[in-house]
Design a protein around this ligand. Structure first.
Ligand SMILES: C[S@@+](CC[C@H](N)C(=O)[O-])C[C@H]1O[C@@H](n2cnc3c(N)ncnc32)[C@H](O)[C@@H]1O
Length: 274
């Protein structure tokens, strides 16, 4: 285990209800302490671990999707939750150099790397998403949490989605990436547990708690909130068999959910009233 602390072992039910216990911006919890400790430790080698041909191909898949969610017209306002070392910023700024970007991350170490990579004056908030309450942002065009960032946020799914939706313009879109609870890759070691001890690629000296979801849970929760949504993935081989020989096939299959490592939620607005 990484940082001492302990709490949510594999298979335990999804944890505390943040609706009843809103977390103030400056407060912390064992879950959050572990996130900060873990990602600070991962930060120096994070980009290197994800600099493979496979990762580059995944980035292309995600960038293409984000391009469909960005509105035309004047500078879009984008919010990047768990922005890490700036992957989302890099993708989006290529698509829309005029965007207004806000990155949020609980790890100061990840944000230090982010700042060191770009000359731009970027708005970065070193805060946990749990502390961003419903009235914190207004008029956002696109909210993203790429490469499973949404899985480390300690809010109930409904609360997370409701908060994010409250920050959006009515025409806004959302792209949130989660770990897949029905992933074939992790089934042997982790079963179907909702909360797991996760470790990112190449990092062997610790784990961090992460929540997993099924496509169905995501879609049903969106429906309950009146949000139009679909789920996609990073392909069936992601996290299972990342051979460069499968890059093309994997990319072709990525728009179909299934049993891949991630389940990515694309919300494109309010559902039509019945
Ligand atoms: C897998 S990394 C993804 C980083 C980036 N989005 C990317 O695509 O490369 C997850 C990120 O989420 C951040 N994170 C974890 N828990 C968080 C929380 N509760 N609030 C904000 N950021 C958090 C971590 O510090 C880390 O930078």
């Amino acid at each position: 285990m990484g940082s001492g602390g302990i709490d949510f072992g594999a298979g335990e039910p999804v944890c505390r209800d943040a609706v009843a216990r809103p977390v103030a911006t400056n407060s912390t919890t064992p879950w959050l302490e572990r996130q900060k400790y873990y990602w600070d430790a991962v930060a120096p080698t994070y980009d290197l671990q994800y600099s493979t041909e496979w990762s580059a191909a995944e980035n292309v898949i995600v960038a293409r999707r984000l391009s469909t969610l960005l509105p035309e017209g004047p500078a879009p306002k984008v919010l990047d939750l768990g922005c890490g070392t700036g992957l989302g910023y890099g993708m989006l700024t290529e698509l829309r150099p005029d965007m207004e970007y806000i990155g949020v991350d609980a790890s100061a170490g990840m944000l230090d790397i982010f700042r060191s990579k770009f000359a731009d004056d970027i708005q970065l908030l070193n805060e946990p998403v749990e502390g961003l309450l419903a009235d914190r942002f207004h008029g956002i065009d696109l909210v993203i949490a790429t490469f499973t960032s949404a899985s480390y946020i300690d809010l109930r799914l409904r609360e997370l989605l409701a908060r994010v939706a409250s920050w959006m313009k009515p025409s806004g879109c959302i792209y949130l990436s989660f770990l897949n609870r029905l992933s074939i890759g992790s089934m042997g070691a982790l079963g179907f547990g909702r909360v797991i001890d996760y470790s990112s690629r190449g990092f062997t000296s610790g784990t961090v708690p992460a929540k997993r979801y099924t496509s169905r849970e995501l879609i049903e929760t969106c429906a309950g909130l009146g949000l139009s949504a679909r789920t996609v993935s990073l392909g069936p081989f992601a996290g299972v068999f990342e051979s460069k020989f499968f890059i093309r096939t994997n990319a072709l299959l990525a728009n179909y959910g299934g049993f891949g490592h991630t389940v990515d939620l694309m919300i494109t607005g309010k559902a039509a009233a019945k």
